[in-house]
Ligand binder design. Structure first.
Ligand SMILES: [Zn+2]
Length: 64
């Protein structure tokens, strides 16, 4: 016996694409802030660098 699930309402492909694109952009922004920001783009001085410093070393990203 096979069970077939047919959702009553399919997700619009455009909405699914926008959600996926937003998730990827947010992930890339987080990766940048944790791994590579030195304050030049975020305009936070070294605050963001120092905040993420241990995580940067934990991930093995170049730091100092
Ligand atoms: Zn360091």
């Amino acid at each position: 016996m096979a069970l077939v699930h047919t959702p009553s309402r399919a997700i619009d492909p455009t909405v699914a694409f926008l959600i996926a694109a937003g998730t990827v952009l947010l992930a890339l922004l987080t990766l940048y802030l944790v791994g590579f920001d030195q304050g030049a783009i975020s305009r936070s001085g070294m605050y963001m660098h120092e905040l993420m410093h241990d995580g940067r070393h934990l991930l093995g990203l170049p730091c100092h």
